[in-house]
Design a protein around this ligand. Structure first.
Ligand code: CU
Length: 385
């Protein structure tokens, strides 16, 4: 990028939108690496100073070797910034305020739509985390596999394989015992599938590859209660998951858990250069997002966090919260907490439901205690107000 261009950007004259946000994948896909660095994504918001940022193998060597972090990090250890074009609402599909719908109002809203479909390439900010609903029999979802470049951090574009155009795929939700009917369309040139964790009819287990251009239907009974990942199960499985084919299903018990401020936090990694190791770590697909945009909660309210570890290549991850301990319901299958702590360690695809009340106003840091994951994008904050 020419110097004048950078100055222009610093004045707020953005020359083009980053890939993945309203731009066409066909016209912006370049290069053979999983990561392409596009000068158009190196932007700073008006009034802010430009900070050099992590750029994978195409960027500063110290970013990938762990040397010289002081050059590109901030004072509390995060090296990665989210794409400048994203606003704080971008990941709202993973959050729900405790007053956004009781059982009754939600039932009314949903009664006209037995089928809940997600439009391919839809912007995640258009939705909220699905609400708890009274059992309604059948819940239908449409899931398409789509190849798509995504701007996953400031200056980093990842050629993702997605469910419905985003990483993670849609957060599905059902009440225990309901039937999930999932219409699956493979819109890519590779075989893929959709495999759920949990208990279900083994005939719909989703490990069988669905060829390119083909469709299928998965019919599973939601259960047991908890938070269950779903992912593609086509070989090589680690690649298919690491490329982005992952998501989660919340199964609510009946009766439901108490109303709470809810947030889903799915941890994943991005291998930007195809070496079989992760260069970025993200909660909900965007590195550095919750560092810039803390999750806002009210002092004293019940906050329920659905944490899922979907990181490939690293066998262990964790969720650690500063200054406030929480109850842990491992997998969420039981209604009594397994422990009360400030960190929960999770192997690959392990998950937990955490319940916490922030007792004082302030900023509470959260991150995996695998510190390199925190430094490379998985540092975030809750702000209790
Ligand atoms: Cu796949």
């Amino acid at each position: 990028m020419a110097g004048g261009g950078l100055v222009g950007l610093l004045k707020g004259n953005r020359t083009s939108l980053p890939i993945g946000y309203g731009s066409s994948p066909e016209t912006t896909s370049t290069g053979s690496l999983d990561c392409v660095t596009d000068a158009s994504t190196v932007v700073a918001e008006p009034g802010t100073s430009f900070q050099p940022t992590y750029q994978s193998s195409l960027g500063p060597a110290q970013a990938t070797t762990g040397r010289g972090l002081e050059v590109i990090g901030n004072s509390y250890g995060s090296m990665v910034h989210p794409p400048a074009a994203l606003g704080r609402d971008y990941l709202s599909a993973f959050e729900r305020q405790s007053n956004q719908g009781s059982l009754n109002t939600i039932q009314k809203k949903d009664s006209t739509t037995a089928a809940i479909t997600y439009t391919a390439l839809s912007d995640r900010k258009s939705g909220l985390l699905p609400p708890v609903r009274s059992p309604g029999g059948v819940r239908e979802y449409k899931v398409d596999t789509i190849d798509r470049p995504l701007n996953v951090a400031h200056g980093s574009i990842f050629r993702a394989w997605t469910f419905n155009g985003n990483v993670p795929g849609p957060i599905m939700r059902a009440t225990e015992g309901e039937t999930l009917k999932i219409h699956f369309n493979n819109l890519t040139s590779m075989p893929h599938s959709l495999h759920f964790h949990g208990t279900h009819d083994v005939n719909y287990d989703g490990w069988e590859p669905i060829p390119p251009g083909k469709s299928t239907e998965y019919i599973i009974k939601a259960g047991p209660p908890g938070i269950h990942p779903y992912h593609c199960h086509t070989a090589p499985i680690d690649t298919h998951i690491a490329k982005g084919l992952l998501g989660a299903l919340i199964v609510d018990p009946n009766p439901a858990r108490p109303p709470a401020r809810e947030v889903v936090l799915i941890l994943n990694g991005y291998d930007l250069s195809g070496r079989g190791r992760n260069d970025l770590f993200c909660w909900n697909g965007i590195a550095g997002f919750y560092d810039r945009y803390p999750i806002r909660v009210k002092v004293g309210e019940l906050v329920r966090i659905y944490v899922v570890n979907m990181v490939e290549f690293d066998p262990i991850a964790s969720f650690h919260l500063h200054a406030q301990t929480f109850d842990v319901y491992r997998t969420g299958t039981r209604m009594t907490p397994d422990e009360h702590t400030d960190i929960v360690t999770l192997g690959q695809t392990e998950r937990a439901i955490l319940e916490v009340r922030f007792e004082r106003k302030g900023r509470y840091m959260f991150h995996p205690h695998q510190s390199y994951m925190a430094a490379k994008g998985a540092m975030g904050w809750f702000v209790a107000v």
